[in-house]
Design a protein. Structure first.
Ligand code: FAD
Lengths: 264, 776
């Protein structure tokens, strides 16, 4: 790690001020991605702004048809929240299967989606459930938030404050995890929402994506067989040590079918 | 024999401090005025070093010194030596390729030390290292053994070695094996990859170098025995008498073979401390551990077996390539050859056998012993081959094993590869395992799994390994005035529980309390000699040495007690902590005898505190053996393997402490199944390590390993006093083939006949796809 200054502001305004006052600032949430990057000297911030004390980023609330989760909610908090589990059990399950206990106790919703790792789990939920991401100044619709591998619609310095998830009629998330890191090699959320059936895939491509053919097929017949036969083109899929593009394409079908079985 | 005798499951005395976070590991130690070493490493697998400009680094804040390979040459630092090179077929004796602690002229693997920066803080040392400019000229890379042996490959160690073939080694009888194969009804062949493994000890390596006013060097570091490190440093690197070096080893958090060896950073800390006359400390981070700890395994083999049509084994022949990496670690060339090569007869009567191994240098991290060291490779190959032969002949594999096992009455049994096995009851041990595993009931379980869409597989291995032969152990045992016993011994605990087991042995023999016994290890000033912990030798050899020395102390006690009671020594017996005149109630207690040894008149041969130090030499190697039965479900849709059941029946000879022994078997088996299913160190074609962190290097964990049903049969070995065969490596050796065979058994239903390790979901899915003629 290179030397840096550290601050832990008490509210959003103070955070914004600290951030603006530094030439190379970086926000830190759970630090699960940031700290390893610093330890390997891959980043050289002059100031680390710890988001841990911002009241605006905390809390989980269910109101009417919306589950609103603060950016600093840890994966463990989301998994353990009785409210979340009652309203959107698939979301609690998703959080419960992120990484390992240490990672779940530190890693946050805001950090996860701001980082936009192609193998992260939350993007599948954001897109399948049609969630809205709130920053201090605006709201960003699910379809617009993830723009590419490790890329989002956030402007430099723009914070995720909270995310609002509409409660679906029913939903399930199935994940095939990387045996080493436990990130998603393929994660599929199938959801029946107010605006129809959605199938969102994370882990397989550079960024989360929907599979319209599967959505259409499930609208006709909500069965595992309806999605199993649908082949996702391999061309745009990721390939690494742990999975080829062909394997990922195959797993999308398997995980989608399993999600359908879990829901039905 | 009371509560501590041989066979008692005495709780580990070490665990209190380990489980409460009060263990003391090298990195926990900080010495006044210590400096910190940062090692700048080669980013290239093969390159010429044209120029190093370190002037800016040397001038940077906090920097005390910068050392290059050229500096070390000027300082007269010698190369890191080898300990054993096996004899080559051509009769020409090989010497080690020159291995400097800091690269000179050329780098040969990614991570090789190129510059050592010493500063007041680690951060300053690392900051300064970024100011160093190095002009590298890249050379062609041989990242794999076939690449290294290809014609036109750049020789790593030219001109000393014009090619990357270090040597070609063979044992067995070629002519007899040819003849056996000519008579065969059936020949079964297999090509096997034994994957490269990162040792991943939970405690990374660390070193503190110190020097006193007389120039005597003290090195504190995790080892598997300091005496070897001292010898290698003294003889080759520093060229000083051994008395000028002290090696201290505090608690050690796992070693698995790897911490036996002398590493570059140890040398750099020693030399830097000597030159700067200040303590110098280095601790590896996890990335450095992946890059620089010696790796294990990495062999490619072709093997064939000759059989009659009713399944009698006629012969086996094996041709392997064994990777040693870019330089020879101390036993690098010994592991794939002499250590494992002679174990290719397994548990069976093979009338003829021939094995040859080409030892190959590549642009990768050096390789050396990893839990089992050569024997796991042999056992894996033999047990895969036996399973394949059974399938091809249509004979159940356990029946094929049964027909060819060495029978109890054949021991001592000399194999066609020249090993003389000590003892065993292989069929009985296998049957015990099969019964507990309900092997006979597998068909019903297979059918049940099928209804859930799963492929059930059951895999068996019967392994035999060799350990605890070779050198002896000479501990020093003595009582103090208060009757407290101290045992100084040159083996080195790195997690096994030696403090408990040695104390337990002595406590049982003396009938005393464990708290009254202190085990001293890990300090070459305190322990005069030692041959370290490795090859599962500590309990068979070290334990036997403790037992022998306790017996000698009791002999001394008897003659002193005889004097005290005015009796003849031959009439004195020792039991329940008392020396008694046989057939009378006249006795003196152990404590009184000890006190008398300090204060009274001592007969000849009796020393103060009954001090003894006798060497115990084993009369030969022991051959632990056993049967693993593994049952798995494979999910054919995803390729995932789930453990259903795991049964182990071992013959480890006499069990001194069944609890610590079981611990060795569990941990060992987890490492063995880790290789079968999860672990692999992977280099790309440019020699970059792709699995440089736990995000990509998959470890076995609590949620992907089975619970073990472990039991044992005690067939004593005549090779040592305790009759113990050694348990440190057995679990690893048995598990890898059993798990692989289980997966292949499951996959047989979908037409898969071969798969290499690690049997990952991806590989299993691909194998199913190609067996079914689909693209993968
Ligand atoms: C071993 C391991 C296993 C993991 N497994 C999984 C897994 O299975 N599934 C999964 O989804 N994830 C996984 N993760 C990721 C982890 O769960 C975290 O979500 C992730 O590391 C980032 O979250 P964080 O809160 O730690 O963010 P940090 O590391 O603190 O920050 C990451 C980045 O996001 C920025 N940032 C943080 N918060 C905000 C905010 N509110 N607004 C704007 N920018 C912000 C930071 O500036 C930084 O650039 C794993 C991580 C590790 C280390």
């Amino acid at each position: 790690m290179y030397a840096f200054d550290y601050t832990r502001p008490k509210d959003l305004a103070a955070a914004a001020q600290s951030f603006a006052g530094s030439d190379e600032p970086v926000y830190m949430a759970g630090g699960q991605t940031l700290i390893p990057t610093l330890k390997q000297r891959l980043r050289r911030p002059s100031l680390v702004v710890d988001l841990g004390a911002l009241p605006e980023l905390k809390g989980i609330a269910v109101a009417g048809n919306l589950v609103t989760i603060g950016a600093m909610a840890t994966h463990a908090e989301v998994a353990a929240s009785a409210d979340v589990r009652r309203a959107i059990p698939a979301l609690a399950d998703l959080a419960q299967h992120i990484g390992d206990p240490q990672v779940r106790n530190r890693g946050t919703l805001g950090g996860s989606i701001a980082n936009a790792d192609p193998a992260a789990d939350y993007p599948a939920a954001i897109v399948a459930l049609g969630a809205t991401v709130y920053t201090p100044t605006r709201s960003i619709a699910d379809a617009d938030f993830f723009t590419g591998m490790f890329e989002t619609a956030l402007e430099p310095g723009e914070l995720v404050v909270k995310v609002a998830f509409p409660v679906p009629k029913r939903a399930a998330y199935m994940k095939f995890r990387n045996p080493a890191s436990r990130y998603a090699i393929v994660g599929v959320m199938v959801a029946e929402t107010a605006s129809g059936i959605r199938v969102a895939v994370t882990g397989a491509g550079p960024s989360v994506f929907r599979v319209p053919e599967m959505e259409a097929a499930l609208a006709k017949s909500f069965t595992a067989d309806a999605v199993k036969a649908i082949a996702v083109p391999v061309d745009d899929l990721n390939a690494d040590l742990h999975a080829t593009a062909e394997y990922r394409a195959h797993l999308i079908g398997v995980m989608a079918a399993r999600a359908v079985v879990a829901i039905a | 024999m009371g509560k501590f005798g041989v066979g008692q499951p005495v709780r580990r005395v070490e665990d209190q401090r380990f489980l409460t976070g009060t263990g003391r590991f090298t990195d926990d130690i900080n010495v006044d005025g210590q400096l910190h070493l940062y090692v700048l490493r080669s980013p290239y697998a093969h390159a010429e070093i044209r120029k190093i400009d370190s002037a800016a680094a040397a001038a940077a804040s906090g920097v005390v010194a910068v050392f290059t390979g050229a500096d070390f040459e000027t300082l007269g630092v010698g190369p890191i030596p080898v300990a054993a090179i096996p004899p080559a077929n051509d009769g020409v004796k090989r010497t080690a390729p020159f291995r400097p602690a800091i690269a000179t002229g050329r780098v040969r693997y990614v991570g090789e030390p190129v510059v050592g920066v010493v500063a007041d803080t680690l951060a300053n040392a690392r900051d300064a290292s970024e100011l160093i400019e190095i002009d590298y000229a890249e050379l062609p890379v041989a990242a794999t053994m076939p690449d290294a042996l290809a014609s036109g490959a750049t020789a790593l160690h030219a001109p000393q070695y014009p090619s990357n073939l270090l040597l070609h080694w063979a044992i067995g009888d070629d002519a007899a094996t040819k003849e056996a194969f000519a008579k065969a009804d059936k020949i079964v062949a297999i090509d096997i990859v034994n994957t490269r493994i990162s040792p991943t000890a939970i405690e990374p390596r660390a070193v503190i170098g110190e020097v006193d006013a007389n120039g005597r060097i003290t090195l504190t570091l995790p080892t598997q025995g300091g005496h070897g490190q001292r010898r290698w440093l003294a003889s080759s690197v520093l060229k000083v008498p051994e008395s000028q070096i002290r090696i201290v080893t505090p608690d050690v958090g796992g070693a698995f073979g790897m911490k036996n060896f002398l590493f570059n950073e140890t040398v750099i800390c020693a030399v830097a401390a000597r030159e700067l006359k200040k303590p110098v400390k280095w601790t590896a981070d996890r990335s450095e551990s992946f890059l620089n700890d010696v790796h294990g395994r990495d062999q490619l083999s072709h093997a064939e077996m000759a059989l009659t049509k009713d399944g009698k084994f006629l012969g086996i022949r094996v041709s392997s390539l064994g990777n040693v990496g870019a330089y020879l670690s101390q036993f690098g060339a010994f592991i794939p050859t002499a250590a494992g090569g002679a174990m290719h007869c397994g548990a069976y009567v093979f009338p003829a056998a021939a094995v040859d191994v080409k030892v190959v240098m590549t642009n990768t991290t050096p390789l050396d012993a990893y839990r089992g060291a050569g024997r796991p490779e042999a056992a894996y190959l033999v047990e895969r081959l036996v399973e394949k032969a059974a399938r091809e002949l249509g004979i159940p594999s356990v029946e094929l094993r049964r027909r060819n096992f060495i029978k109890p009455e054949q021991f001592p049994f000399k194999t066609a590869l020249g090993q003389t096995y000590d003892s065993g009851r292989y069929e009985e041990v296998m049957d015990a395992a099969l019964t507990r595993a309900d092997y006979a009931g597998i068909a019903a379980r297979r059918a049940e799994a099928k209804t859930r869409g799963k492929l059930r597989g059951i895999g068996v291995s019967y392994y035999v390994e060799a350990c605890a032969g070779g050198s002896g152990e000479q501990p020093v045992l003595s009582f103090d005035r208060n009757g407290k016993l101290t045992i100084r011994i040159g083996t080195q605990n790195n997690g096994q529980g030696h403090e408990t087991v040695y104390a337990q042995l002595a406590a049982g023999l003396f009938d005393m309390e464990l708290e009254d016994i202190t085990i001293i290890q890990g300090d070459t000033d305190e322990v005069p000699t030692g041959n370290g912990t490795g090859g599962s030798r500590s309990i068979p050899v070290g334990g036997s040495a403790v037992q022998l020395n306790v017996a000698k102390m009791i002999d001394q006690g008897k003659s002193l007690a005889a004097e005290m009671m005015e009796a003849a020594t031959v009439d004195v017996e020792f039991a329940d902590g008392k020396f008694r005149i046989a057939g009378t109630d006249r006795a003196v207690g152990l404590k009184d005898v000890i006190a008398a040894s300090f204060d009274g008149k001592r007969p000849d041969g009796v020393t103060e505190g009954l001090r003894v130090s006798e060497n115990f030499n084993p009369s030969g190697a022991t051959f632990p053996n056993g049967c693993h039965v593994c049952e798995v479900d494979v999910d054919p849709e995803t390729g995932t393997v789930a453990f259903v059941r795991y049964t182990i029946q071992d013959d480890l000879g006499i069990a001194v402490n069944p609890m610590t022994m079981a611990g060795q078997i569990y941990g060992g088996a987890v490492q063995g199944l880790g290789q079968a299913l999860y672990e692999e160190a992977i280099y790309d074609s440019t020699g970059q390590l792709l699995t440089g962190s736990f995000m990509d290097y998959c470890m076995p964990r609590a949620d992907n390993t089975p619970s073990f049903d472990f039991a044992y049969t005690e067939v004593p070995t005549p090779r040592n006093a305790l009759g113990a065969k050694g348990a440190g490596e057995a679990g690893t050796i048995g598990a890898t083939p059993a798990v692989a065979n289980a997966v292949l058994d499951a996959l047989a239903a979908v037409g898969v006949t071969h798969l290499d390790m690690p049997m990952t979901p991806l590989r299993i899915w691909q194998a199913i796809q190609s067996a079914q003629g689909k693209a993968a």
